[in-house]
Design a protein around this ligand. Structure first.
Ligand code: SF4
Length: 542
C-alpha cells in the first residue's frame, strides 16, 4: 500500500524578541526594566528624590540599569578580588560611589569645556579623570547627591552625560584631526553634530536591544572595524568624496569586524542613513539573550546583502548608490607628535600613560594651551589627546611634558592601552591600569633603544573594552594557575601579525592562542621576551 506523504510542520522559529516581528513582551530582566519606563526619565528622580535619600534610597532597577542612560555606573567596592566577580551578588559588588562618563562626540573640546571637566574632577571626583578609548572622559568617586551640581557645570559648558552608557546611541567617534588635517578631503563634523543634536536623548531611540556604537570619520584614524556602524571616507569616481558604510562590528566574546554594505553615502545623507540603521537595529535586533543582542549577530545571520535590502526598502525608502572600498592605512593612526595642519599651524599629540590624567592636570592643560594660542583640544580613541592650532610647537611640547603629557613617548607608552579594570569595574577579574603603568616603565627600562613598535591592550575581563583582539598583544584578564599551583591574576594572550610567529605559532591577526597565558606578575618578562624574539625575527641573526 502506498504511504501517504505527510509534511512535517516546520519547527517554530525561536522568539528572539524582535519588535518588527511582533514580539513586544520583554524576554529578560533588562528588557523588562526598559519596558516599564523609559530609562531617560530616571534623571528627574535623581534630581528630585535620590539627591535627598542618597545611595541607600536608590531603587535597584534604577541603580543597575536606568542610571546608565545618564552615564552613571556603580563602581566596584574596594577589596573584592577577581574571584568574587562571578560569584557575589551584584549588591555585594556595588560601592556607594559611581563612575560617571561624559560623552565627547568627535573628541572635540574647547577650553571652557576642559575647565568644566577639571572642575568636576577636582571638586567631586577626587581628582580622577580617564581618557577612554572611545573619546570619553570618565570620573570616579561620584556621589549621587552631587549629580545636579555636576550636570549644571557640565551642561553650562555644552557637555553632556546623556546616553553615555546604556542600550542607546553612545558617543559618536570622529577623527581627532577633523577640519585641520592636510590629509582630510571631507570634514565629517557636520554629520556628527546633526546626529547628536537631533537624536541623542530622543525617546524613540532610548530602548535599543543593546548599546550602539558609531564612528564617522574621513580618515581611518578611529577603530571603525569595531563599531556597530562606521562611515569611512572614500572618493566615488562619479559622485566625488563621501563615505563607505560598514555595519555590525564589535569585539567582546564573539568578535566580528564591521561588514561593508558596498554603498556610497554623501555627507549630507549620513545622518539619515545612520538613523535608518539604528532604527533597523531597534526593530529587528535580538532581545531575548543579552549576549546575542548586539547588531553584529543580526548582520551575521542576515548577511550584508539582506541587511542592505531591508535598510533601503523599509527604512530609507530608496536605494543607496554602490560605492568603492576606501584605502585603509596598514596600522592605526594615533597623531602623536608634532604635525602640520592644512592652515600652516601645528597640532601636537601627547600621551598620558594609559589615558590616566587628573582634573589638576587638565586645568593646567587648559592654561598651557591658552598660553600657546590654542583654544581647541581633541581626545583620541587611543587614550591620547591633541592640542590644535599652535604656531610654535616646540615650547608647547616642553610644557606638556611638565604635566605628564609626552609628545615624544617611548613606543611602549605610545602603544599601550588599558581598560578600567578591577580598581573600579564590577565585571573585572584583574587589575589593569596600574599594571599597564608598571609594564610601560619596565619595557622602557629593559628595551630602551630596541626599535620595536608593538601595541599592548590590557583588559580586565572578556568584554574587551580596550579592544583585546586588534592589538599586537591583546590581553584578556582571567585567573590563572601559577607555578606553585595558586590561582592568581593573569591574562589570556591574543597575538597579532608577526608576533604569532615570534611566539612559535602560525601567523594570524588577533588570534587567541590556545593555552597561551601569563600570570600578571610575569607580564613584563613575557612581553619583553616576545618583543626581543619579534625583533630578532625581523632583523635576522646578527
Ligand atoms: Fe570592565 Fe571588562 Fe570592560 Fe575592563 S574589559 S572595563 S574589566 S567590563
Amino acid at each position: 500500500m502506498a504511504r501517504t506523504a505527510t509534511t512535517a510542520p516546520a519547527p517554530a522559529a525561536r522568539d528572539e524578541g524582535q519588535w518588527a516581528l511582533g514580539s513586544r513582551e520583554p524576554l529578560n530582566a533588562n528588557e523588562r526594566v526598559k519596558h516599564v519606563e523609559d530609562p531617560l526619565l530616571v534623571r528627574e528622580r535623581i534630581e528630585r528624590v535620590y539627591v535627598r535619600t542618597g545611595f541607600a534610597g536608590i531603587d535597584p532597577d534604577d541603580l543597575r540599569n536606568r542610571f546608565r542612560w545618564w552615564g552613571l555606573y556603580t563602581q566596584r567596592r574596594p577589596g573584592i578580588d577577581g574571584g568574587g566577580t562571578a560569584v557575589l551578588p551584584p549588591e555585594e559588588l556595588d560601592d556607594e560611589y559611581f563612575m560617571l562618563r561624559v560623552r565627547v562626540d568627535g573628541g572635540r573640546l574647547d577650553l571652557a569645556q576642559l575647565r568644566a571637566i577639571a572642575e568636576v574632577s577636582t571638586r567631586y571626583a577626587r581628582d580622577t579623570a580617564d581618557i577612554t578609548d572611545r573619546q570619553n572622559i570618565q570620573f570616579h568617586w561620584i556621589r549621587v547627591e552631587d549629580m545636579p551640581d555636576i550636570w549644571r557645570i557640565l551642561e553650562a559648558a555644552g557637555l553632556s552625560t546623556t546616553e553615555a552608557c546604556g542600550d542607546c546611541p553612545r558617543v559618536v567617534l570622529g577623527s581627532p584631526v577633523a577640519g585641520v588635517s592636510a590629509a582630510e578631503v571631507l570634514d565629517a563634523t557636520p554629520a556628527i553634530e546633526e546626529i547628536t543634536a537631533r537624536w541623542i536623548g530622543d525617546p524613540s531611540l532610548s530602548n535599543l536591544p543593546r548599546k550602539f556604537k558609531s564612528t564617522i570619520s574621513w580618515l581611518a584614524d578611529v577603530p571603525y572595524e569595531a563599531n556597530d556602524i562606521a562611515f569611512v571616507g572614500v572618493v566615488h569616481p562619479e559622485h566625488g568624496p563621501g563615505f563607505d558604510l560598514r555595519v555590525g562590528g564589535g569585539l567582546s566574546t564573539s568578535p566580528m569586524l564591521a561588514q561593508r554594505l558596498g554603498t556610497f553615502v554623501p555627507l549630507a545623507d549620513v545622518p539619515d542613513v545612520w538613523l535608518g540603521v539604528i532604527r533597523l537595529f531597534r526593530d529587528y535586533g535580538y532581545r531575548r539573550l543579552r549576549h546575542r543582542a548586539r547588531l553584529k549577530f543580526l548582520v551575521a545571520d542576515w548577511g550584508s546583502e539582506r541587511f542592505r535590502r531591508v535598510l533601503e526598502e523599509e527604512y530609507l525608502g530608496r536605494p543607496l548608490a554602490d560605492g568603492p572600498a576606501p584605502e585603509l592605512p596598514p596600522a592605526p593612526i594615533d597623531h602623536i607628535g608634532v604635525h602640520r595642519q592644512r592652515d600652516g599651524r601645528y597640532y601636537v599629540g601627547a600621551a598620558p600613560v594609559v589615558g590616566r590624567v587628573s582634573g589638576t592636570a587638565l586645568a593646567e592643560l587648559a592654561t598651557i594651551a591658552e598660553r600657546h594660542g590654542s583654544g581647541r583640544i581633541r581626545l583620541t580613541p587611543y587614550q591620547k589627546l591633541l592640542v590644535l592650532d599652535v604656531a610654535d610647537p616646540a615650547p608647547l611640547v616642553a610644557d606638556l611634558r611638565g604635566i605628564g603629557l609626552e609628545a615624544e613617548p617611548s613606543p611602549f607608552r605610545r602603544a599601550t592601552m588599558a581598560c578600567t579594570g578591577i580598581e573600579y569595574c564590577k565585571l573585572a577579574i584583574v587589575e589593569t591600569k596600574g599594571r599597564a603603568v608598571t609594564l610601560v616603565a619596565e619595557l622602557e627600562r629593559r628595551l630602551a633603544g630596541l626599535p620595536v613598535e608593538i601595541s599592548v591592550n590590557l583588559n580586565g575581563c572578556p568584554n574587551a573594552c580596550a579592544r583585546t583582539q586588534v592589538a599586537d598583544i591583546g590581553l584578556k584578564g582571567q585567573l590563572v594557575v601559577d607555578e606553585s599551583g595558586r590561582r592568581v591574576e593573569g591574562f589570556q594572550v591574543h597575538l597579532g601579525g608577526g608576533l604569532t610567529m615570534a611566539a612559535g605559532q602560525e601567523g594570524g591577526f588577533g588570534r587567541k592562542l590556545r593555552g597561551l597565558k601569563t600570570t600578571a606578575a610575569d607580564l613584563p618578562d613575557y612581553v619583553e621576551r616576545l618583543a626581543r624574539r619579534y625583533h630578532a625575527g625581523r632583523t635576522g641573526p646578527a
